[in-house]
Design a binder for this molecule. Sequence first.
Ligand code: ADP
Ligand code: MG
Length: 249
Amino acid sequence: MTTPLLELRQITVSFDGFLALRDLNLSLQSGELRAVIGPNGAGKTTFLDVITGKTKPTEGQVVFKGRSLVGTREHRIARLGIGRKFQSPRVFEKLSVQENLALAVSRPKQPLDLLFGRLTADQRDQVQRLMEIVNLQNRADWLAGSLSHGQKQWLEIAMLVGQDPDLLLVDEPVAGLTDEETDLTADLLKSLAGEHTVLVIEHDMEFIRRLNSPVTVLHQGHVLCEGSMDQIQQDPQVIEVYLGTQEEM
Ligand code: ADP
Ligand code: MG
């Protein structure tokens, strides 16, 4: 087995004595697509916060590409190759689709009014390719604010991909999406795996099934089990946890 891209080793996060995560172990191989599920309060968002450096673990190690991330600042961790998609879309509503993407691919950041003319030919190609990946090529000049909720989510995913992270963390991408948008989002994330490593947190079980990836179940800050969707749906512990919370499985 090759060295994992990301490893969480015995992570504990205590908020004034309340253990949001306790002795959490998880490892991701490069190129993998992984779904993480768990009832509300299971610790899913805290788990992402620990990876991105927003929350410092009380105990344990986060190892990315062989180096420890604990104590490294958030922006630095992002630059090391970890991109995060938050639950609600964070796009620039008053900029067009291609301007949003131009911002994502241009480094260092330039003043907005100078921006588009100053992209290199390569960067312009990249913007075009990103629009095609998320099927927004016919919306290039639309203001991001006029897109549907699903299209905004895809635009933000494309912006993240434009920064070319090794690891993409995606928090509940299909909340509020139509069934068709949900299916397209699953297909999009599947197509990104391989070239990127993708970790998705979701509640929507149809979506998770369509991802057709290994699933990690979190419960009370701890990994309850890991396996295929079929395996975890038959796991008595998982059934009990979901029945106990009245959430749909
Ligand atoms: P999930 O995303 O799975 O719903 P969270 O990671 O948001 O769960 O939260 C896990 C638990 O930790 C919850 O019980 C939540 O109330 C608690 N928690 C999260 N953040 C804080 C914080 N900053 N201070 C105190 N408790 C917190
Ligand atoms: Mg959460």
